[in-house]
Design a protein around this ligand. Structure first.
Ligand code: NAP
Length: 278
């Protein structure tokens, strides 16, 4: 199999490049191709002729998306449409990375793949509109929704917490947003398995279990053996430009359909903290 990873310099893309063994894999960043450039994308796909494209390229700064919606929609919706059109023309299969932020967070039980999208932020809207367009352009594509990514090779929540915990006696962390932290290593392995299973349609891919950011931070501090106090606060006390869903846990049923089981987020965090030390 030949695979092309768009967004190969990102948090997930770097790990996909490392974990994908036994196949020919081409990794590209924005310096190699700008997904907003439809003809550049088409030429690249025609030249490379991959069997699979994993589209992990995105404008991921959720707060900055609020102040630059044009850029958010250009990169997160129009770029993926360009990729899907190129994939359709060359008969390439596509996995598109999407987000739990396509939901409004009003549910209190895990979101199923068929639940209605109702994004609350510009980033969420750009991802939700991309999903709808992609399913029109390339109905056989695979949309892998994930959440709360962490891992080596970029900015992530555990690193931020550990940096702050090293210099402060106490940290305030929001306790009224619930989701599933997801280790890039586990996500990359699941995506590779999905490609090998010729997956199609919407699939939810996160580590198992859920927590609030406060509970996640407490586990990070404990796992690192630090004594820093972690205090729960509300989202209102820590206002950010982009609204976040209060609850965005994604049901694993769609992933189980492919026989893929994800480790718990606590297990994933332990592995990440061990890897960080070594
Ligand atoms: N991070 C999360 O918590 C999270 C949660 C849910 C879903 N996701 C989704 O998962 C995927 C991977 O996220 P990530 O955290 O790994 O992203 P990331 O670290 O921000 O990396 C983004 C990647 O996209 C590339 N890129 C940005 N603009 C581009 C453009 N116009 N043309 C081509 N490439 C472009 C970047 O290339 P350069 O390095 O050259 O700029 C980089 O390789 C994204 O689709 C994201 O929306 C992420």
């Amino acid at each position: 199999m030949k695979a092309m990873i768009l967004g190969a310099s990102g948090l997930l893309g770097k790990v996909l490049m490392r974990e994908w063994q036994g196949d020919e894999v081409v990794g590209l960043s924005s310096r190699d191709v700008d997904i907003r450039d439809a003809s550049g994308v088409r030429q690249l796909v025609e030249r490379t002729r991959p069997e699979w494209i994993v589209l992990a390229a995105a404008y991921t700064n959720v707060d900055d998306c609020e102040s630059d919606p044009d850029l958010a929609f250009a990169v997160n919706r129009d770029g993926p449409v360009n990729v899907a059109q190129a994939a359709r023309q060359s008969g390439t299969k596509l996995v598109f990375l999407s987000s739990d932020y396509v939901f409004d967070g009003k549910k209190t039980s895990p979101y199923e793949t068929g639940d209605a999208r109702n994004p609350q932020s510009v980033y969420g809207r750009s991802k939700a509109e991309a999903e709808v367009r992609l399913l029109e352009v390339l109905p056989g594509c695979c949309i892998a929704r994930t959440s709360w990514l962490f891992g080596a090779g970029g900015k992530c929540f555990p690193d931020t917490i550990l940096k702050l915990a090293a210099t402060r006696p106490a940290l305030d962390v929001v306790d009224d947003q619930r989701g599933s932290p997801t280790y890039t290593v586990d996500l990359a392995r699941a995506i590779i398995a999905l490609c090998r299973s010729a997956a199609r349609g919407i699939v939810h891919v996160t580590n198992a279990g859920d927590c609030s950011w406060f509970e996640f931070a407490r586990e990070i501090v404990k796992g690192a053996g630090l004594a820093t106090e972690v205090r729960p606060v509300s989202s209102q006390q820590m206002a950010r430009p982009a609204p976040r869903p209060a609850y965005s846990v994604l049901s694993p049923k769609s992933l189980q359909h492919y026989g893929i089981a994800m480790p718990t987020w606590q297990n994933a965090l332990q592995r990440y903290l061990r890897q960080r030390k070594s």
